[in-house]
Design a protein around this ligand. Sequence first.
Ligand SMILES: *Cc1c(COP(=O)(O)O)cnc(C)c1O
Length: 550
Amino acid sequence: MTTIMQDIQKLFPSADGNQPQREELLGYMNQILTKMDELKDPNKLTLGDMPNYSEDYYNRIIQSAFVPEQGVSMEETIEKLMELVKGHRYLNSNYLANATPLPNIASILGNLVMVLLNGNNLWDVDGSAAANAEVRITSMLSKIVGYDPVESAGYTTWGGQGAVFTSLRLAIARQFPLSNKEGIPNNLYCFCSELSHFSLYKSMEATGLGINNMVRVKVKKDHSMDLQDLKMKMEEVIAHGGIPIYVLATMGTTDTFGIDDIYEMKEVLKEMEHTYQLAPVYIHADTAMGGMYTFFNEYDFHLNPLAFDEEVKDVLEIYQSKFRHTHLADSMVYDFHKLGQTPYITSLLLFKDKKDLVYLDLDASETPYVGNRGYGSYHTSYTLECSRMGSSIAIYASLLAFGFEGYQQMLANYLKVNIAFRKALKAEFTNVELTNDVSPVTTFRFYPEYPRWQEELNGQLTSNEVTGINLYNEEYAELIGLDRDIIFFGNTKKQRLINVSDNENRLPVYVHKFYTTNPYTTVEEVDRYITFLKEHMAIHLKAISVAELV
Ligand SMILES: *Cc1c(COP(=O)(O)O)cnc(C)c1O
């Protein structure tokens, strides 16, 4: 006979490290891995078949969900979990939609260690492993980005979005330290490119600065911020009594991989600070998408030790000329769960100067149950989170397993595949135009007859014409979207804004996206992608000609 508590204890890993209990846990993991592997199919994007998402799909779940009166067996629990897995998209060469990671093995093991220890990254007394890993990766990545590892600080947080939010909060508190107590002045302004991520939009809402104080700066043809426009808009704000406190430098825009020129931006800001006697304007480099390319900051393109193709090298050299200045930013972020291939959420927010964190830190008297004791010397009381997962462990494992070269090879392959895709697309379609520069993402736009992208960029088309081309692309996107369990391309309704010839409005352009997101997306697969697009274009054209007949 076992006691009640012995039965409960069976739901946990062993306390003494005995082998039978370890074997049991391993057995369950083996069952899960085996069942998932059985569902994998390299020709499909889902594990088994997609469920039928009927209109009452979630309603039926709501009706049938109950906590069981008595716990069910582990076998049954696993069975229920596998019901969740069925129909899930599983990243392989068929996924081309967004920067979505396929977690690498080292990061999976790192996550496992994190879960098994279940440390709380809030302070080292509760989570010594994560604290240790966090200090390590902060130093490792500071050295890559060009921050002084002795002066810098970093911690893992809730995504690239969290990094933008916290950097904005810091920018406010650094310039107006009393604002933490008294609330914020109402004449503070932030600037970002019109292609920046909506993270700043949300952060303006959440900090209370308000959207009206967020100024969107125009972009140039390469999708980077137009710094002349930045200067003009800052001067306008100052002329009306506003104070510019924050500029978001997007390095790798989410849809097109445009990279703001942070070096020139800093020059503009220095000039403005001097001319108008401003306190230093905070720069956060939003490197959520592009940050991994700092791994090429020291690459020697002349010796080219990894033997990259000329075309790939050319792009990487341009990146190096931009990303090597990232250290000019007051803060930046590494979103490993984008191009770094680790599980959600693995984002490291890095600050150039750890002294800045003082402005975010809680008063010691406000944290009675952790930190500020004779024991424990690492207490992250400056984070917006209280309890924090130790995702630094997964990042650490990944950095070890890949090394510089592993990451460089994978990041270069994203470019290589894109170059091959771009060439094939232009060769096989007469009605397509590429609408961004080579990067891990290719954006492209189809036209009813022949490409008119240059005319569109020059503002020569009417709003009706642009809207018509947008619709043509949207309908095509809907069509290929129906077969997204075969190959899944991305799309965006607003790649950028363009002028039109018949009125003052600037219109968004609809484009398709080809995002190479994992190591199974290789040059050898490109033909298959093109065939998929061509077959669907034939259906699209047929549908249009039928519609015209009716
Ligand atoms: C994805 C992205 C974000 C948001 O990052 P999360 O990790 O999803 O929170 C912010 N900025 C840019 C440029 C991004 O691409």
